[in-house]
Design a protein around this ligand. Structure first.
Ligand code: DGT
Ligand code: MG
Length: 551
């Protein structure tokens, strides 16, 4: 490296913090007696992590229970299937770090990136540069270091990282490791070089050495299993091979941006920014279960999950606008499992009046929506086997937002509801085939936190409707139904009414999507009965409408 070069890439300071044996530390906080004995966290038949005492016996993360017990017969096990305490402490850690910088990015439950560039610059103003002593372990050599000023910045970064870790320990009793470098990639890799309760730093000059010390491309953060499998097609397994492969070859396998990104990673170059993490984008729970083959059992399980989930949402304080159901089915013939998700909008008013716990009748209404989603994912008149059920709430809004702007709240809600409902008429976002056709639905199924992208033309139609809405004298007085009326001008299919045999008060609180379905089902039944010579046809036992028929 040219020691006089002033390198733009060296100007940032990124700190990566990873909590030590996180779940185990949380359990130790709850029960300090577990601190000095080998202890593992059990999820099903796996020890997902363990304290460092247990690691002395060779216990590793995600080891099978039998194997772990053989290595350490007196291993104490704590069930770690309920993640709520881990999640809540995880957010406390992020909040502490946000006191230092707004640029804190969460990764999983126990890792955070902090962009400390500004903090370092501030500190440098009030410090005698000659006296700065770095804190922690260093990776690589200190000879012929780059003279662009990066060395001193990294040193100051180590002081800040040590301060942050101290604060986490003092406030929450948790020890952690930190990595300090000029980009996210290197800070993450370096962080795990010395564990537990230590920190490690690297100067930009040693980036190449660090990358070449990794055993394979798979050990590079940002290169997942799928990418490394694709790289194998061009005989790229090691970092050196990734450095040497021609970019034109990578361009044939990946889009050019990704190809360049991978190439850069191999040299330890990572220009990605630390994104600001706010509150979680989704709050969810899922339970794997022994085979469930009856709808009644599904409903029981969903009731249980929903009650638990409502407690979490209540703690969070925000109001969700969407609920998502995840179902994993097992095919006994092919012995394969399939995971599918489907979502629906929910009426935010279910939550606004809820107090500490959601009211029972609201819970029932959400359950109806869930059972409706379930029926879309699983053909219930054929045998089915469910091995996992999951629920999550997404698209949160703050309670304050509702109080301050009822009009904008209604407007946003309608925009999303309308688009979702129309799209749902066109394709089923849960089927693999439609996922292939629609990038947004594909993203939807793979990333639980992403939102589907509305189709542009439909979005425009609804934007037009919203403009009409905006010109009303008193928009806040408009209700969902008023907006539906304006969309009727564009699409008669949306002329939805409450079926005469359904309970209107319940019907009005349902999302548009479910209202549509009920209305179409009613119309279908009416057409059927006309075709049968006006003989009243009894509703099919599995009809959604049955749920809403007046008692
Ligand atoms: P560390 O960082 O090596 O001291 O140990 P941990 O336990 O903090 O491990 P880490 O940072 O990889 O993961 C944080 C927590 O996430 C960990 O305490 C348990 C959980 N966890 C990690 N890997 C898995 C996994 O493969 N499956 C499940 N279910 N949980 C995992
Ligand atoms: Mg950790």
């Amino acid at each position: 490296m040219n020691p006089t070069a002033c390198n733009d890439e060296h100007q940032r300071i990124i700190i990566h913090i990873d909590l030590d044996c996180f779940y185990a530390q949380v359990e130790i906080l709850k029960n300090p007696e577990l601190k000095n004995i080998p202890m593992g966290i059990q999820q099903k038949n796996i020890v997902v992590t363990s304290n460092y005492k247990a690691r002395e016996f060779g216990i590793r993360k995600c080891m099978l229970l039998n194997e772990a017990m053989q290595l350490c017969p007196h291993l104490v096990l704590v069930n770690g299937e309920d993640l709520s305490d881990y999640r809540s402490i995880s957010y406390k850690v992020t909040s502490l770090l946000q006191k230092y910088s707004e640029y804190v990015e969460r990764l999983g439950l126990d890792e955070n990136f902090i962009d400390a560039t500004k903090l370092v610059e501030e500190k440098l103003k009030n410090i005698n540069k000659e006296q700065i002593q770095s804190i922690g372990n260093i990776f690589g050599s200190t000879e012929n270091l780059c003279q662009c000023g990066c060395e001193i910045k990294v040193k100051v970064g180590t002081l800040i990282a040590a301060e942050m870790r101290k604060l986490i320990y003092e406030q929450l009793g948790l020890t952690s490791c930190a990595g300090i470098a000029h980009n996210k990639l290197l800070s993450k890799i370096i962080c795990s070089k010395h564990k537990p309760n230590q920190q490690t730093f690297i100067y930009p000059d040693s980036a190449l050495e660090l990358m070449l010390s990794l055993s394979s491309v798979e050990s590079v953060p940002g290169v997942g299993r799928v990418t490394s499998e694709i790289l194998k097609q061009v005989n790229v397994k090691s970092i050196e091979e990734l450095q040497n492969v021609e970019i034109s070859k990578l361009n044939k396998l990946f889009d050019p941006e990704k190809a360049k990104f991978l190439k850069n990673l191999s040299y330890g170059v990572d220009n990605t920014l630390v994104k600001r993490s706010g509150k979680p984008l989704s709050i969810g729970l899922e339970d794997s279960c022994k085979l469930i083959s009856a709808e009644k059992e599904v409903k029981e399980k969903l009731t249980e999950l929903l009650k638990r989930l409502m407690l979490l949402v209540d703690k969070d304080g925000r109001i969700p606008k969407t609920i998502k159901l995840t179902v994993r089915t097992f095919d006994k013939m092919t012995k394969t499992s399939r995971r599918q998700t489907k979502q629906s909008n929910i009426n935010s008013q279910f939550f606004t009046s809820s107090g500490p716990l959601i009211k029972l009748h609201n819970l029932e209404k959400i359950l109806l929506i869930l059972m409706n989603l379930f029926r879309k994912l699983v053909t219930i008149h054929r045998p089915f086997h469910i091995t996992l059920l999951g629920l999550s709430f997404t698209k949160f809004i703050e309670r304050m937002d509702i109080r301050h702007s009822i009009a904008s709240f209604i407007k946003n809600d309608i925009e999303v509801q309308s688009i979702t409902s129309i799209e749902n008429l066109n394709y089923d976002d849960s089927s693999p085939e439609s996922a292939a056709q629609s990038p947004s639905s594909c993203r939807e199924s793979s990333d639980p936190e992403s939102e589907p992208t509305p189709k542009r033309t439909k979005l425009n139609i609804f934007k037009r409707n919203l403009m009409e809405y905006d010109t009303c004298d008193s928009p806040s007085k408009l209700r969902v139904q008023d907006l539906q009326l304006s969309s009727e001008k564009h699409d008669n299919n949306l002329n939805i009414k409450c079926p005469p045999n359904a309970d209107k008060s319940v019907f009005e609180e349902l999302p548009l999507e479910v209202q549509q379905e009920l209305w179409f089902e009613f119309k279908r039944t009416r057409m059927d009965s006309t075709a049968f010579g006006n003989r009243q046809k009894k509703l099919k036992s599995n009809s959604l409408l049955n749920y809403f028929v007046k008692q």
